[in-house]
Design a protein around this ligand. Structure first.
Ligand code: DUC
Ligand code: ZN
Ligand code: ZN
Length: 498
């Protein structure tokens, strides 16, 4: 072993590394993990992690940062406040969205987000692209170029008037993703069911926040998810269903995977720790809990835990979409705001990992390896940044979070670092907290203090998503679709012509 000093040595921690727990030191040089072992030579900086967990820094692969919503509302956090907030909660990589709204050209959209993030981010980041206009030029030129530049995942919407793609367009996007090696993320809710119900509710004077959960009926989620899975299966292309909320949707995805469908899925803290009852608070308070799909009920929460436990759900993300409780966000029409007017979304970048550490790992619902996969490793694999991110391995970026499992925290918004002004988790007791957070070997947070400057996060040009590790296990229910080969030959012919 080299005797040359490390830049940083993290000593005597319980290091979680690729399915093992090691009582070991981690030595870091030039931002990269250079050694894992006992009795490593000192670092220029030595951090004592005795009695603490040393885990890969979290990767949050679904968050909206400094982004206009489909309704044209800007979120409360910019790339600085969002990434600071993420770092304080043990997350060292974020993958937010560069959002194309109708009429915008993709290269200009990407350039705009890249510039804003470059100036402000304190941790590393990539981008997914939100796609609303899959026309011929976009599919044949702009998207292949974006994918080549490291934007290797694309989010599409099946709902929202100004975002939604129809099934024909979804198939075009899936075929392009297959050709170019990208992953398609799907917001799956049936648009017409929601629109129809919402109109009936408003017409009959039911406008309070709790009716948001009624308009977004669980069946709207299940139907659209089923359809998205069928579209993916039709042309044998993987899809990832984002923000799964309902128990029936989890069951549907599990079933489709037993048939061999390449469907992957994500869920979020709001579907584990909130319910539709939270939307029924006094006055308009329930607006703070409004997101789409909405939180459901206790049975759905249990189904989501089961989905995380058995691998039906592969990533746990925040879907951080921070809208202030005022005219700029949740209450555009003040006291007269109806559930249809409110910006949809909840904050979660900072509390995402602490909530799962407390309620998942420390309460025995997940073991430490499942916890690490769900908060970091699976995101890195699914979005093409593994093994650079999401794992403690020699050669990987030194992105670490040192966790004190005994620390008890009562969540108060004042202790958080976002700009949204409230948290849906106010007053909750959380056990365990990341006391030191390291990004590429730099200590960015230590004992409640920030040590990173604006603009020090780096852009990650991502590689091809690797879905193989999270693919469904072979089962006797899997069956070949006899026509699948013929459909593939049609796609290959199109690819050649392109
Ligand atoms: N729903 C979305 O689709 N995006 C942002 C937040 C939300 O609630
Ligand atoms: Zn969405
Ligand atoms: Zn989202």
């Amino acid at each position: 072993m080299s005797e040359e000093r490390f830049d940083l040595t993290v000593r005597n921690g319980r290091v979680v590394s690729e399915g093992q727990v090691l009582l070991a030191d981690v030595g870091v040089r030039q931002g990269v993990i250079a050694a894992i072992g006992e009795g490593l030579v000192p670092g220029v900086r030595d951090v004592d992690a005795r009695g603490r967990w040393v885990l890969p820094g979290g990767v949050d692969s679904h968050c909206h940062i400094e982004q206009f919503s489909g309704m044209g509302v800007m979120g409360a956090d910019d790339f600085y406040s969002a990434t600071v907030s993420a770092a304080f909660g043990g997350t060292t990589t974020v993958i937010p969205f560069a959002a194309q709204h109708r009429g915008m050209k993709i290269p200009a959209v990407l350039e705009d987000y890249a510039r804003r993030a470059r100036e402000k981010a304190v941790i590393d980041y990539g981008f997914h692209l939100i796609l609303t206009n899959p026309d011929e030029d976009t599919l044949s030129r702009d998207l292949p170029q974006a994918i080549h530049d490291g934007i290797t995942s694309i989010k599409v919407y099946m709902t929202y008037d100004r975002m939604k793609l129809d099934d024909h367009q979804l198939l075009d996007v899936l075929a392009m993703a297959q050709r170019e090696g990208a992953l398609v993320m799907v917001h799956a809710e049936n648009h017409d069911m929601i629109k129809w119900l919402a109109q009936k509710l408003v017409d009959s004077g039911h406008t309070r926040p709790k009716y948001h959960a009624i308009a977004h009926d669980p069946l709207a989620e299940t139907e659209a998810t089923n359809r998205a899975i069928a579209l993916g299966r039709l042309i044998d292309t993987p899809i990832l269903i984002v923000h799964v909320a309902g128990g029936e949707t989890v069951d549907l995805i599990r079933h489709a995977r037993t048939l061999g469908a390449k469907v992957f899925a994500e869920s979020c803290p709001q579907y584990l720790f909130l319910t539709a009852e939270d939307l029924d608070r006094t006055g308009l308070e329930g607006a703070k809990f409004c997101c789409s799909p909405p939180p459901r009920d206790g049975a759905s929460q249990e189904a989501i835990w089961r989905g995380f436990q058995d691998g039906t759900l592969v990533t746990y993300s925040s879907d951080h979409a921070p809208y202030r409780f005022d005219e700029t966000g949740k209450l555009p029409k003040g006291e007269k705001t109806t559930f249809k007017d409110m910006a949809n979304g909840v904050p979660g970048l900072e509390l995402r990992v602490p909530l799962l550490f407390s309620e998942g790992f420390l309460k025995g619902r997940l073991d430490i390896h499942q916890f690490v996969e769900l908060t970091a490793t699976n995101h890195a694999r699914m979005y093409g940044i593994f093994p650079r991110k999401g794992v403690i391995r020699v050669g990987s970026d030194a992105d670490l979070a040192i966790w004190d499992e005994d620390r008890e925290t009562v969540v108060r918004h004042e202790m958080l670092h976002d700009q949204v002004g409230y948290t849906p988790y106010e007053g909750r007791l959380v056990r365990g907290w990341p006391t030191v957070v390291v990004s590429r070997g730099r200590i960015v947070v230590e004992d409640g203090m920030l040590h990173a400057a604006r603009g020090t996060g780096k852009y990650l040009a991502r590689g091809t998503p690797d879905v193989s590790r999270n693919a469904p296990a072979p089962s006797e229910r899997m069956h070949e679709r006899p026509q699948a080969g013929f459909i593939q030959s049609l796609l290959r012919r199109d690819a050649k012509a392109a």
